[in-house]
Design a protein around this ligand. Structure first.
Ligand code: FES
Length: 170
């Protein structure tokens, strides 16, 4: 059970930059907790993911319970509650992308990087995650690598991004 709203002396702190960015969001919202998703994204942008300590600090600043904020973070699938690689590969596996072969793309990425969904490469460069529709269904299959959206993803693109397949026997 979270206790973040009653043990203020134990609550980890947010950086000045993080606080300034969160306060800028709060300033144009009707109540502090309405900035929950923005605050999670701001801290994630600075730290790469949202640890339990970070979550408690954000909840305290928004004057909401950590349980409540954790529910929001868990529901919103672009908030990472575990460490991820330097770049997150979000591969759409909804209907249009599935029809256009996202399974094959997942298999190819897995072969090149040695990871399945939910896994991070040994060198911590990439984490591969499934994502429901990225909103570009007419350009399926689609994936997001870091901040960059790739449409009509092909084997050639995967080779450009992740290298050629390993040679047999090498
Ligand atoms: S189903 Fe993949 S982008 Fe919509």
């Amino acid at each position: 059970m979270w206790t973040g709203d009653c043990v203020s002396d134990l609550i980890p702190t947010l950086s000045e930059q993080e606080l300034a960015a969160i306060d800028a969001e709060i300033a144009h919202l009707p109540y502090r907790a309405a900035a929950a998703i923005d605050a999670l994204k701001i801290v994630q942008a600075h730290r790469g993911w949202v640890s339990d300590d970070s979550l408690r600090a954000i909840a305290s600043h928004l004057r909401m319970s950590a349980d409540e904020l954790d529910g929001i973070a868990t529901f919103y699938n672009l908030v990472y509650r575990r460490p991820v690689g330097e770049q997150v590969i979000l591969l759409c596996n909804s209907i249009s992308c599935w029809i256009k072969g996202c399974d094959k793309l997942q298999q190819t990425i897995g072969e090149r990087l040695g990871v399945g969904f939910g896994e991070t490469t040994a060198d911590r460069r990439f984490t591969l995650l499934p994502v429901p529709c990225l909103g570009a269904c007419d350009k399926a299959p689609v994936m997001l690598v870091g901040e960059e959206l790739h449409e009509n993803v092909s084997g050639e693109l995967l080779q450009q991004l992740f290298g050629a397949p390993a040679q047999e026997g090498s």
